[in-house]
Design a protein around this ligand. Structure first.
Ligand code: SF4
Ligand code: MG
Length: 328
Protein backbone atom coordinates (compact mmCIF):
# COMPACT_ATOMS: atom_id res chain seq x y z
CA UNK A 1 0.00 0.00 0.00
CA UNK A 2 1.36 3.41 -0.90
CA UNK A 3 0.24 6.15 1.44
CA UNK A 4 -0.63 9.47 -0.13
CA UNK A 5 -1.03 11.15 3.25
CA UNK A 6 0.08 10.18 6.76
CA UNK A 7 -0.82 12.15 9.84
CA UNK A 8 1.56 11.22 12.65
CA UNK A 9 1.00 12.11 16.30
CA UNK A 10 -0.69 15.39 15.43
CA UNK A 11 -1.55 17.59 18.40
CA UNK A 12 -2.92 21.12 18.10
CA UNK A 13 -3.40 23.66 20.88
CA UNK A 14 -5.55 26.75 21.13
CA UNK A 15 -3.76 29.72 22.66
CA UNK A 16 -6.13 31.92 24.64
CA UNK A 17 -6.01 33.95 27.88
CA UNK A 18 -2.25 33.23 28.04
CA UNK A 19 -3.01 29.54 28.38
CA UNK A 20 -2.94 26.57 26.04
CA UNK A 21 -5.95 24.34 25.51
CA UNK A 22 -5.73 21.11 23.59
CA UNK A 23 -8.02 20.84 20.55
CA UNK A 24 -6.45 17.93 18.63
CA UNK A 25 -4.75 15.18 20.59
CA UNK A 26 -2.31 12.70 19.06
CA UNK A 27 -4.15 12.00 15.81
CA UNK A 28 -2.70 9.28 13.59
CA UNK A 29 -4.13 8.25 10.26
CA UNK A 30 -2.96 6.98 6.88
CA UNK A 31 -4.74 7.50 3.57
CA UNK A 32 -3.53 5.20 0.81
CA UNK A 33 -3.46 5.93 -2.91
CA UNK A 34 -6.97 5.83 -4.41
CA UNK A 35 -8.47 5.21 -0.96
CA UNK A 36 -11.66 6.87 0.21
CA UNK A 37 -11.17 7.75 3.84
CA UNK A 38 -13.78 9.34 6.09
CA UNK A 39 -13.61 11.31 9.32
CA UNK A 40 -16.94 11.45 11.12
CA UNK A 41 -17.89 13.42 14.21
CA UNK A 42 -20.16 16.09 15.64
CA UNK A 43 -19.29 19.77 15.35
CA UNK A 44 -16.51 20.50 17.81
CA UNK A 45 -14.93 17.08 17.28
CA UNK A 46 -11.88 18.54 15.51
CA UNK A 47 -12.55 17.00 12.11
CA UNK A 48 -12.44 20.28 10.20
CA UNK A 49 -9.35 21.46 12.11
CA UNK A 50 -7.61 18.26 11.08
CA UNK A 51 -8.35 19.01 7.42
CA UNK A 52 -7.34 22.67 7.72
CA UNK A 53 -4.03 21.62 9.27
CA UNK A 54 -3.33 19.41 6.23
CA UNK A 55 -3.79 22.46 4.00
CA UNK A 56 -1.74 24.63 6.36
CA UNK A 57 -4.75 26.89 6.88
CA UNK A 58 -5.12 26.84 10.67
CA UNK A 59 -6.33 30.19 11.99
CA UNK A 60 -3.88 32.15 14.15
CA UNK A 61 -4.75 31.19 17.77
CA UNK A 62 -4.27 27.53 16.83
CA UNK A 63 -0.83 26.01 16.78
CA UNK A 64 0.57 22.61 15.90
CA UNK A 65 2.31 21.50 19.09
CA UNK A 66 3.63 18.24 17.76
CA UNK A 67 3.38 15.89 14.82
CA UNK A 68 3.99 15.45 11.13
CA UNK A 69 1.74 15.46 8.08
CA UNK A 70 3.58 13.55 5.36
CA UNK A 71 2.49 13.91 1.75
CA UNK A 72 3.61 11.01 -0.46
CA UNK A 73 5.90 9.72 2.29
CA UNK A 74 8.42 12.54 2.08
CA UNK A 75 7.04 16.09 2.22
CA UNK A 76 6.17 17.20 5.76
CA UNK A 77 3.36 19.72 5.12
CA UNK A 78 3.69 21.21 8.62
CA UNK A 79 7.22 22.36 7.74
CA UNK A 80 6.63 23.45 4.15
CA UNK A 81 7.37 27.14 3.44
CA UNK A 82 4.34 29.15 2.30
CA UNK A 83 5.56 29.42 -1.27
CA UNK A 84 5.84 25.62 -1.56
CA UNK A 85 2.48 25.12 0.11
CA UNK A 86 0.81 27.35 -2.50
CA UNK A 87 2.01 24.89 -5.15
CA UNK A 88 0.60 21.94 -3.22
CA UNK A 89 -2.81 23.54 -2.65
CA UNK A 90 -5.11 23.09 -5.61
CA UNK A 91 -2.51 21.06 -7.49
CA UNK A 92 -1.52 18.05 -5.30
CA UNK A 93 -4.24 18.45 -2.68
CA UNK A 94 -7.49 20.32 -3.22
CA UNK A 95 -10.44 20.98 -1.02
CA UNK A 96 -14.17 21.53 -1.35
CA UNK A 97 -16.32 22.99 1.39
CA UNK A 98 -19.91 22.91 2.55
CA UNK A 99 -20.95 26.25 1.09
CA UNK A 100 -19.56 26.76 -2.41
CA UNK A 101 -20.93 30.32 -2.47
CA UNK A 102 -18.23 31.38 -0.01
CA UNK A 103 -15.47 29.63 -1.97
CA UNK A 104 -16.51 31.10 -5.33
CA UNK A 105 -15.83 34.79 -5.94
CA UNK A 106 -19.16 36.55 -6.58
CA UNK A 107 -17.46 39.22 -8.70
CA UNK A 108 -16.16 36.95 -11.44
CA UNK A 109 -17.82 34.72 -14.02
CA UNK A 110 -17.26 30.96 -13.74
CA UNK A 111 -14.83 31.01 -16.66
CA UNK A 112 -12.41 33.22 -14.74
CA UNK A 113 -12.57 31.09 -11.57
CA UNK A 114 -11.98 27.75 -13.21
CA UNK A 115 -9.21 29.06 -15.46
CA UNK A 116 -7.44 30.79 -12.60
CA UNK A 117 -6.38 27.44 -11.16
CA UNK A 118 -4.85 26.41 -14.47
CA UNK A 119 -3.16 29.79 -14.84
CA UNK A 120 -1.60 29.41 -11.38
CA UNK A 121 -0.49 25.80 -11.63
CA UNK A 122 0.21 25.30 -15.33
CA UNK A 123 1.70 26.85 -18.45
CA UNK A 124 -1.27 26.70 -20.80
CA UNK A 125 -2.32 29.09 -23.52
CA UNK A 126 -5.66 30.84 -23.09
CA UNK A 127 -7.17 28.61 -25.74
CA UNK A 128 -5.94 25.43 -24.00
CA UNK A 129 -7.25 26.63 -20.64
CA UNK A 130 -10.65 27.31 -22.13
CA UNK A 131 -10.77 23.86 -23.72
CA UNK A 132 -9.71 22.14 -20.49
CA UNK A 133 -12.29 24.13 -18.50
CA UNK A 134 -15.10 23.17 -20.86
CA UNK A 135 -14.03 19.52 -20.83
CA UNK A 136 -13.98 19.50 -17.02
CA UNK A 137 -17.41 21.14 -16.77
CA UNK A 138 -18.77 18.42 -19.04
CA UNK A 139 -17.25 15.78 -16.76
CA UNK A 140 -19.07 17.19 -13.75
CA UNK A 141 -22.33 16.87 -15.63
CA UNK A 142 -22.89 20.41 -16.86
CA UNK A 143 -24.76 20.21 -20.14
CA UNK A 144 -24.13 23.67 -21.61
CA UNK A 145 -20.63 24.47 -20.37
CA UNK A 146 -19.89 27.31 -22.84
CA UNK A 147 -22.96 29.23 -21.74
CA UNK A 148 -22.28 28.54 -18.06
CA UNK A 149 -18.72 29.89 -18.30
CA UNK A 150 -20.14 33.41 -18.74
CA UNK A 151 -22.44 33.18 -15.71
CA UNK A 152 -21.85 34.40 -12.16
CA UNK A 153 -22.10 32.24 -9.00
CA UNK A 154 -25.34 33.88 -7.78
CA UNK A 155 -27.09 32.88 -11.03
CA UNK A 156 -26.60 29.17 -10.23
CA UNK A 157 -28.27 26.69 -7.88
CA UNK A 158 -26.40 25.21 -4.88
CA UNK A 159 -26.00 21.88 -6.65
CA UNK A 160 -24.56 23.58 -9.77
CA UNK A 161 -22.15 25.60 -7.66
CA UNK A 162 -20.95 22.44 -5.93
CA UNK A 163 -20.41 20.79 -9.35
CA UNK A 164 -18.27 23.77 -10.33
CA UNK A 165 -16.28 23.48 -7.09
CA UNK A 166 -15.64 19.83 -7.90
CA UNK A 167 -14.52 20.82 -11.41
CA UNK A 168 -12.13 23.42 -9.97
CA UNK A 169 -10.86 20.94 -7.35
CA UNK A 170 -10.13 18.18 -9.87
CA UNK A 171 -8.94 20.12 -12.92
CA UNK A 172 -5.27 19.86 -11.91
CA UNK A 173 -5.64 16.15 -11.19
CA UNK A 174 -4.79 16.25 -7.47
CA UNK A 175 -3.56 13.22 -5.53
CA UNK A 176 -5.93 13.98 -2.66
CA UNK A 177 -9.32 15.67 -2.52
CA UNK A 178 -10.46 16.86 0.89
CA UNK A 179 -14.23 17.29 1.00
CA UNK A 180 -15.52 19.00 4.17
CA UNK A 181 -19.30 18.46 4.45
CA UNK A 182 -19.59 18.83 0.66
CA UNK A 183 -23.30 18.00 0.52
CA UNK A 184 -24.64 19.26 3.85
CA UNK A 185 -26.14 22.43 2.33
CA UNK A 186 -27.87 20.57 -0.53
CA UNK A 187 -31.23 18.84 -0.62
CA UNK A 188 -31.31 15.07 -0.41
CA UNK A 189 -31.61 14.08 -4.09
CA UNK A 190 -28.88 16.52 -5.13
CA UNK A 191 -26.71 15.22 -2.25
CA UNK A 192 -26.78 11.71 -3.67
CA UNK A 193 -25.91 12.94 -7.17
CA UNK A 194 -22.95 14.97 -5.92
CA UNK A 195 -21.59 12.08 -3.83
CA UNK A 196 -21.85 9.75 -6.84
CA UNK A 197 -20.13 12.27 -9.04
CA UNK A 198 -17.27 12.68 -6.57
CA UNK A 199 -16.86 8.92 -6.23
CA UNK A 200 -16.83 8.30 -9.99
CA UNK A 201 -14.53 11.16 -10.87
CA UNK A 202 -11.97 10.44 -8.18
CA UNK A 203 -11.88 6.82 -9.35
CA UNK A 204 -11.21 7.93 -12.92
CA UNK A 205 -8.49 10.30 -11.78
CA UNK A 206 -6.92 7.92 -9.21
CA UNK A 207 -7.50 10.60 -6.59
CA UNK A 208 -7.80 9.68 -2.90
CA UNK A 209 -10.62 11.27 -0.90
CA UNK A 210 -10.67 12.52 2.65
CA UNK A 211 -14.37 12.95 3.42
CA UNK A 212 -15.17 15.06 6.48
CA UNK A 213 -18.75 14.72 7.67
CA UNK A 214 -21.12 14.57 10.64
CA UNK A 215 -23.26 12.11 8.65
CA UNK A 216 -22.64 8.36 8.94
CA UNK A 217 -24.83 7.89 5.84
CA UNK A 218 -22.28 9.82 3.76
CA UNK A 219 -19.51 7.60 5.17
CA UNK A 220 -21.46 4.45 4.29
CA UNK A 221 -22.06 5.72 0.73
CA UNK A 222 -18.59 6.92 -0.12
CA UNK A 223 -15.81 5.59 2.12
CA UNK A 224 -13.75 2.45 2.59
CA UNK A 225 -12.10 3.36 5.86
CA UNK A 226 -13.17 5.64 8.68
CA UNK A 227 -11.98 7.44 11.79
CA UNK A 228 -14.57 8.51 14.35
CA UNK A 229 -13.49 11.71 16.08
CA UNK A 230 -14.68 13.01 19.42
CA UNK A 231 -13.39 16.08 21.24
CA UNK A 232 -10.15 16.25 19.25
CA UNK A 233 -9.29 12.56 19.39
CA UNK A 234 -9.79 9.55 17.17
CA UNK A 235 -11.94 7.24 19.29
CA UNK A 236 -12.42 4.44 16.76
CA UNK A 237 -10.64 3.61 13.50
CA UNK A 238 -11.34 0.73 11.13
CA UNK A 239 -12.89 -0.28 7.80
CA UNK A 240 -16.37 1.08 7.08
CA UNK A 241 -17.64 -2.49 7.04
CA UNK A 242 -16.31 -3.17 10.56
CA UNK A 243 -17.66 0.09 11.89
CA UNK A 244 -21.21 -0.68 10.85
CA UNK A 245 -21.19 -4.41 11.61
CA UNK A 246 -19.22 -4.27 14.84
CA UNK A 247 -19.03 -0.78 16.38
CA UNK A 248 -17.07 -0.87 19.64
CA UNK A 249 -16.72 2.61 21.10
CA UNK A 250 -19.72 3.80 23.16
CA UNK A 251 -19.70 7.08 21.19
CA UNK A 252 -19.84 5.26 17.84
CA UNK A 253 -22.62 3.06 19.17
CA UNK A 254 -24.55 6.19 20.21
CA UNK A 255 -24.06 7.78 16.78
CA UNK A 256 -25.33 4.64 15.05
CA UNK A 257 -28.34 4.49 17.38
CA UNK A 258 -29.30 8.03 16.42
CA UNK A 259 -29.08 7.15 12.70
CA UNK A 260 -31.21 4.03 13.19
CA UNK A 261 -33.87 5.91 15.12
CA UNK A 262 -34.06 8.46 12.29
CA UNK A 263 -35.09 5.72 9.88
CA UNK A 264 -37.56 4.04 12.25
CA UNK A 265 -40.80 5.96 12.84
CA UNK A 266 -41.92 3.64 15.61
CA UNK A 267 -39.05 4.77 17.81
CA UNK A 268 -38.38 8.07 19.53
CA UNK A 269 -35.62 10.09 17.96
CA UNK A 270 -32.46 9.19 19.84
CA UNK A 271 -29.56 11.54 20.34
CA UNK A 272 -26.62 11.12 22.70
CA UNK A 273 -27.39 13.18 25.82
CA UNK A 274 -25.04 16.12 26.48
CA UNK A 275 -22.59 17.97 24.25
CA UNK A 276 -18.94 17.69 23.22
CA UNK A 277 -16.83 19.34 25.94
CA UNK A 278 -15.05 22.55 24.90
CA UNK A 279 -11.24 22.53 25.13
CA UNK A 280 -11.51 24.66 28.29
CA UNK A 281 -13.73 22.05 29.97
CA UNK A 282 -11.36 19.09 29.58
CA UNK A 283 -10.29 17.63 32.90
CA UNK A 284 -8.22 14.55 32.03
CA UNK A 285 -9.71 11.08 31.86
CA UNK A 286 -11.81 9.88 28.95
CA UNK A 287 -13.20 12.85 27.01
CA UNK A 288 -16.51 11.03 26.49
CA UNK A 289 -16.98 10.14 30.19
CA UNK A 290 -19.60 12.83 30.94
CA UNK A 291 -21.91 11.35 28.25
CA UNK A 292 -21.01 7.66 28.46
CA UNK A 293 -23.46 5.15 29.96
CA UNK A 294 -20.57 2.74 30.74
CA UNK A 295 -18.25 5.18 32.52
CA UNK A 296 -16.47 3.87 35.64
CA UNK A 297 -13.91 5.39 38.04
CA UNK A 298 -10.89 4.72 35.81
CA UNK A 299 -12.63 6.54 32.92
CA UNK A 300 -12.79 9.77 34.91
CA UNK A 301 -9.19 9.49 36.09
CA UNK A 302 -7.16 8.18 33.17
CA UNK A 303 -7.37 8.92 29.47
CA UNK A 304 -7.73 5.64 27.56
CA UNK A 305 -5.23 4.89 24.77
CA UNK A 306 -6.28 3.23 21.51
CA UNK A 307 -6.70 -0.51 22.02
CA UNK A 308 -6.69 -3.13 19.31
CA UNK A 309 -10.18 -4.67 19.28
CA UNK A 310 -9.86 -6.95 16.25
CA UNK A 311 -8.23 -7.18 12.86
CA UNK A 312 -7.62 -3.70 11.55
CA UNK A 313 -9.79 -2.18 14.26
CA UNK A 314 -8.90 0.17 17.14
CA UNK A 315 -10.95 1.71 19.90
CA UNK A 316 -10.13 4.30 22.58
CA UNK A 317 -12.05 2.86 25.50
CA UNK A 318 -11.20 1.15 28.80
CA UNK A 319 -13.85 -1.51 28.09
CA UNK A 320 -11.21 -3.08 25.82
CA UNK A 321 -8.35 -2.43 28.23
CA UNK A 322 -7.09 -5.98 28.31
CA UNK A 323 -6.24 -5.92 24.62
CA UNK A 324 -2.94 -4.73 23.26
CA UNK A 325 -2.27 -0.96 23.36
CA UNK A 326 -1.67 0.48 19.88
CA UNK A 327 -0.60 3.95 20.87
CA UNK A 328 -1.37 6.70 23.33
FE1 SF4 B 1 -17.08 5.23 28.23
FE2 SF4 B 1 -15.05 4.71 29.86
FE3 SF4 B 1 -15.00 3.84 27.37
FE4 SF4 B 1 -14.73 6.42 27.89
S1 SF4 B 1 -13.32 4.81 28.48
S2 SF4 B 1 -15.96 5.55 26.32
S3 SF4 B 1 -16.11 6.68 29.61
S4 SF4 B 1 -16.42 3.22 28.97
MG1 MG C 1 -16.73 21.53 10.15
Amino acid sequence: MNPVLEIKNLSIDLHADRKKFNVINNVNLTINKKQKYGIVGESGSGKSLTSLSIMNLLPAPLNIREGKILFEESKDLTKLPNKEMLKVRGNDISMIFQEPMTALDPLYPIEHQIMEVLRFHGTYSRKQMKELAIEMLEKVGISRPKQLMAEYPHQLSGGMRQRIMIAIALICNPKLLIADEPTTALDVTIQAQILDLMSDLTENYDTSILMITHDLGVIAETCERVAVMYSGEIVEETTVENLFSNPTHPYTIGLLESVKSLGDRTRDLYSIPGTVPTPKQLTGGCRFASRCPYATAICREQAPPLFSVGTDHQSRCWLYGKEEVING
